[in-house]
Design a protein around this ligand. Sequence first.
Ligand code: HEC
Ligand code: HEC
Length: 230
Amino acid sequence: MKHFETSVLFAGAVLTMLGAISVSHPISAAERPATKATASATPAASDGALFVEFVSVLRHPRCMNCHSRGDFPRQGDDGHPHTMNVRRGPEGHGVTAEKCSTCHQDQNLAGAHMPPGTPNWGLPPPTTPMIWEGLSDAQICRSIKEPKQNKNRNLDQLVEHLTEDKLVAWGWNPGEGRDPIPMSREEFGAKVKRWQAAGAPCPADTAKKAAATTLLAKLCSMASGNRERN
Ligand code: HEC
Ligand code: HEC
């Protein structure tokens, strides 16, 4: 009798545990397809997909040559360091002996390998170098929205910069021998404005997302492992 009671108690405990596992397991399993669905669905306002739609423009060499690492501009589609040891300088406009404006005028100069130009040609200043090279989409998104990094621009001013600024516009009219940005300027502008209208959401950090998914998978396999043993 005593033995029987103990077994019943034990079975009860096991059942309770199993119940807990089978309740928690389907919930977490149900979350997985949901995550997958958002990733492949058309841009959802909340997940930063609207930003990813136009980030290729920011990553294009026409932009990256002024927004990459190092205290110097870069050239060409391969982003090689600017020739003649051109440096950023204290304000981004070069050093005294080699100001950007010595060679870069207010417009592109005609001819292959002649300096391109537009008013205010220069790099961002060293205090806010606006470097995107090596950043994830999420990090670029946060960086251009961060007032400490972007000259205290609010979202409207940032969007205005992306759609109206002359240095940005130059990317579509880069002068002889340079490829313009492939996405049309109109399409880029429309995508930026859709992102703005959705509240300018940034993508989740993929590294964090991946870690969370791995953890979830681990918990699930632990749970099913337990169930098999019982
Ligand atoms: C000749 C160099 C040069 C090129 C080419 C250039 N930029 Fe910039 N960019 C700058 C400078 C300088 C600033 C800082 C001036 C300012 O903030 O007004 C800046 C600032 C910005 C900012 C402000 C916010 C931030 O934190 O970065 C954005 C956004 C931006 N550029 C986007 C672009 C895009 C997109 C392209 C290509 C279509 C591009 N830039 C091409 C020099 C350049
Ligand atoms: C001594 C002249 C000279 C000075 C000074 C100079 N540049 Fe240039 N730069 C050129 C020439 C010439 C080219 C074109 C090279 C080519 O097309 O092969 C060029 C190309 C570039 C490009 C490449 C554009 C692209 O996408 O390929 C960038 C960016 C650039 N310069 C930025 C700057 C910045 C910023 C400064 C100042 C900090 C500066 N340059 C100073 C002569 C100069």
